[in-house]
Ligand binder design. Structure first.
Ligand code: PGA
Length: 247
C-alpha cells in the first residue's frame, strides 16, 4: 500500500518569528504522525533555520524551486546541490505559479526534475490544467503532455523516486476545490500514465484549496495519496487536521 504524504507549501510567506511559532504549534498539534509523512517547504532563505528547528521531529523539509543548472555564474539561482547540502528531502518543481508567472516550460520542469534526482532530492512534480483548458475539454491532454515531458527523460529507477502533484490551476488559492470525483478522475489517469512507465506505485498528491473540511473526502479516493497544501499549511491547527485526515 502506498504511504500517504502531506506537504505544506508555504510559498512566499513567513518570517523567522512566524516560522518558529508555526512549527512549534504544529509539533504540539501533531507530535508523532504515524501513517503519514509530513513535509514543509519554506522559502529558500529559511531552509537552514527550519531544518534546525525540525531536528527531533518527524517532519521532512522541502524547497519550492530549484535551478535547472549546476552551480555556476547564474545570479539569483539556487542549485540542487545546495538544497541537498541544506538538508532538503524534497523539492517542488513545475508549480503552476512558476509555470505561469515565470514562464517555466515543460522542458525546464523536466531538467529540474532530473537535476533534483541527481543530487538525492525527491522532486514533487506539479501538473495541472487551467480553467480555460478544462472548459475546452483539454484537461487530460494537458496533463499527459506535462507528465510525458518529465517521464520520458527519466529511467524507471529514477521515476520511482519522484512524487506527482495534481493541482488544477483553477483550484489553487481560489477556495474552489476539485470535487473528490473530479480529482480522482485525473489521478486515475496519471496512475495509468505511470503504469506505462512501469512506475504505478509513485505517490500522487492532490493540491488546490485543500482544507481540514475537505481533506478526508479527497484522501479517501483510491488514487489520491495525500496533498500539497498552500494556504492551509500556514495555520498549524488546520494543517495538522489535514495530516490527521491522511492518517
Ligand atoms: P492552496 O495552494 O492550497 O492555497 O490552494 C496549493 C498549492 O499551490 O500548492
Amino acid at each position: 500500500m502506498r504511504r500517504k504524504l502531506v506537504v505544506g507549501n508555504w510559498k512566499m510567506h513567513g518570517s523567522r518569528a512566524e516560522n518558529a511559532k508555526l512549527l512549534s504549534e504544529l509539533w504540539r498539534a501533531l507530535p508523532a504522525p504515524q501513517h503519514v509523512d509530513v513535509a514543509v517547504c519554506p522559502p529558500f532563505v529559511y531552509l537552514t533555520t527550519v531544518r534546525e528547528q525540525l531536528i527531533g521531529s518527524a517532519f521532512k523539509l522541502g524547497a519550492q524551486n530549484v535551478s535547472a543548472a549546476d552551480p555556476g555564474a547564474i545570479t539569483g539561482e539556487v542549485a540542487a546541490t545546495m538544497l541537498s547540502d541544506c538538508g532538503c528531502d524534497f523539492v517542488i518543481v513545475g508549480h503552476s505559479e512558476r509555470r505561469q508567472l515565470f514562464g517555466e516550460s515543460d522542458e525546464q520542469v523536466a531538467q529540474k526534475t532530473a537535476i533534483a534526482l541527481r543530487y538525492g532530492l525527491m522532486p514533487i512534480v506539479c501538473v495541472g490544467e487551467t480553467l480555460t483548458e478544462r472548459e475546452a475539454g483539454k484537461t487530460l491532454d494537458v496533463i499527459a503532455r506535462q507528465l510525458d515531458a518529465v517521464f520520458t527523460s527519466l529511467s524507471t529507477a529514477e521515476l520511482h523516486r519522484i512524487v506527482v502533484a495534481y493541482e488544477p490551476v483553477w483550484a489553487i488559492g481560489t477556495g474552489r476545490t476539485a470535487t473528490p470525483e473530479q480529482a480522482q478522475e485525473v489521478h486515475a489517469f496519471i496512475r495509468q500514465r505511470l503504469l506505462r512507465y512501469d512506475a504505478a506505485q509513485v505517490q500522487i498528491l492532490y493540491g488546490g484549496s485543500v482544507k481540514a473540511g475537505n481533506a478526508q473526502a479527497l484522501f479517501a479516493q483510491i488514487d489520491i495519496d495525500g496533498g500539497l497544501i498552500g494556504g492551509a499549511s500556514l495555520n498549524a491547527e488546520e494543517f495538522a487536521a489535514i495530516c490527521k485526515a491522511a492518517e
